[in-house]
Design a protein around this ligand. Sequence first.
Ligand SMILES: C[S@@+](CC[C@H](N)C(=O)[O-])C[C@H]1O[C@@H](n2cnc3c(N)ncnc32)[C@H](O)[C@@H]1O
Length: 280
Amino acid sequence: MLSYRHSFHAGNHADVLKHIVQALIIDSLKGKEKPFLYLDTHAGAGRYRLGNEHAERTGEYLSGVVQIWQRRDLPVDLAPYMNAVRAFNQGDTLRYYPGSPLIARYLLREHDKIQLTELHPRDYLLLSREFSKDSRARVQRADGYQQIKSQLPPLLRRGFIFIDPPYEIKTDYQRVVEAISEGHKRFATGTYALWYPVVLRQKIKRMLKELEATTIRNILQLELALRPDSDRSGMTASGMIVVNPPWKLEQQMNHLLPWLHKVLAPSGNGHTLVKWLVPE
Ligand SMILES: C[S@@+](CC[C@H](N)C(=O)[O-])C[C@H]1O[C@@H](n2cnc3c(N)ncnc32)[C@H](O)[C@@H]1O
């Protein structure tokens, strides 16, 4: 079953959170000259046109990236993310939203490597066209979870693994924990970032318990909720789990999340969270 298309959701509040975290992690990893592998297990189509039928049908980007795009008082730590978004748009008009692979393409250096997997046939095609001339990148139509087994540890010995499934299949909640656990066994020093939606809080609690029950340490949890938890009103919040985060990330997100919450939830509903799920 592959009914999920990210084009309906590109640029929504969840994308804003996940891509800010993605951009900050890449920016920190670039602090060392040594190259690294960027592995995106659920890559999507890459580029999204915001005025198109899919985006307009949900209008989710209007309460997400558009709110940030209009601001002039951007915190300095938003720069890696906003520079990437600006690079795909001309002037003041926001027409395109870059997905995680294009944010990585913009931020990574000549000597870094990019490994992308996407299962949906149409999105895979769009993605492979985007990267056809990028010699750093390899795009595959393959199961992203399998990549964790086949690509880790990376030859470069440094890596950032970005895991962003659609959670349209219930087993995704367990598979992500197995994937991180498997990845960590093969490559304990890598940085892993997992996105999660809060639709039913109970599912996230279970997923986090399973993660805590592994032997993995140094796990940071970040969350942005725009509404209180509810089992009736769709996605109320989303979060990121980061294993081996760059040392600055906790402080950066402590500063950024309250600002984001003010901008994206002006009514004050919801909450923000920066918490060590498992300390070092
Ligand atoms: C949330 S979207 C990804 C968005 C993208 N990471 C971004 O930030 O721009 C999830 C994607 O995973 C794809 N997908 C679903 N199951 C997959 C699997 N097992 N392996 C690889 N891709 C998968 C879907 O087709 C969808 O495009």
